[in-house]
Design a protein around this ligand. Structure first.
Ligand code: SF4
Ligand code: F3S
Ligand code: FES
Length: 233
């Protein structure tokens, strides 16, 4: 099995003044995931290495990190695609709690701020609220978000202004704004028309590039911007 060197940013707030990089040599197959190699470090070399992971199949969104400078899910990146020396760092723009674990609370607060749930106070119909195939297609792409934060933490507008609501929150607002069963689109558009809302997006496309679910994020943001402009007419 070939040897791969993982260069991992470490930070223990109880002992370190600032982050340091430590290198670990691990045996890894080309078809192993980067997460497998990180697990190998934790299980066989240094149990204090701290990172989030759960599903290991690109579904839970918990192991987003910077791999060779790009935001990726460690469980979706193969060793053969990253070379013999891999640099692994926490997501940018959030406080590092320990090693690769960042404080996600501000991210989830932005997510909650856009009312990411179905709102419809009309009386419940006798049967389900129906929707045509076309009506469902309009927001299909944005239903795929797994809240990994790879998009928001790759966005220069977010790096410059941590109060920017960020692409992930806009994606999750889009998912309900364009749902024909929902009745709170106007409220969400109003929230996103704020100075920290969609207009902070400068169409940089880093978010779209980073999304492990291949959501066309910049397109979705554009659709929300257009909806705000149309509703103002
Ligand atoms: Fe992650 Fe994509 Fe959702 Fe952003 S839109 S949080 S990159 S899944
Ligand atoms: Fe940022 Fe994506 Fe807009 S990277 S500037 S939210 S297109
Ligand atoms: Fe769940 Fe990677 S561990 S997405």
């Amino acid at each position: 099995m070939p040897m791969v060197t993982l260069r991992i940013q470490r930070f223990d707030p109880e002992n370190d003044q600032r982050p340091v990089y430590r290198e670990y040599a691990v045996n890894a197959d080309p078809t192993d995931r980067v997460l497998d190699a990180i697990n190998s470090v934790k299980w066989y070399q240094d149990g204090s290495l701290t990172y989030r992971r759960s599903c290991a199949h690109g579904i839970c969104g918990s192991d987003a990190m910077r791999i060779n400078g790009a935001n990726r899910l460690a469980c979706k990146v193969l060793i053969r695609d990253v070379g013999a020396k891999v640099t692994i760092e926490p997501l940018m723009g959030f406080r590092v709690i320990k090693d690769l674990v960042v404080d996600m609370e501000p991210f989830f607060a932005q997510f909650r701020s856009v009312l990411p749930y179905l709102i419809n106070d009309e009386g419940a119909p006798e049967r389900e609220r129906t929707q045509s195939v076309h009506e469902r297609e309009v927001y299909d792409d944005t239903t795929k978000c797994i809240l990994c934060a790879a998009c928001t933490t790759s966005c220069p507008s977010f790096w410059a202004d941590e109060n920017f609501v960020g692409p992930a929150a806009i994606v999750n607002a889009h998912r309900f704004i364009f749902d024909s069963r929902d009745k709170a689109a106007a409220e969400r558009l109003d929230i996103l028309n704020d100075r920290e809302g969609v207009w902070r997006c400068r169409t940089v496309f880093n978010c779209t590039e980073a999304c492990p679910r291949e959501i066309r994020i910049t397109k979705a943001i554009g659709e929300v911007k257009k909806a705000i402009l149309s509703s103002a007419r």
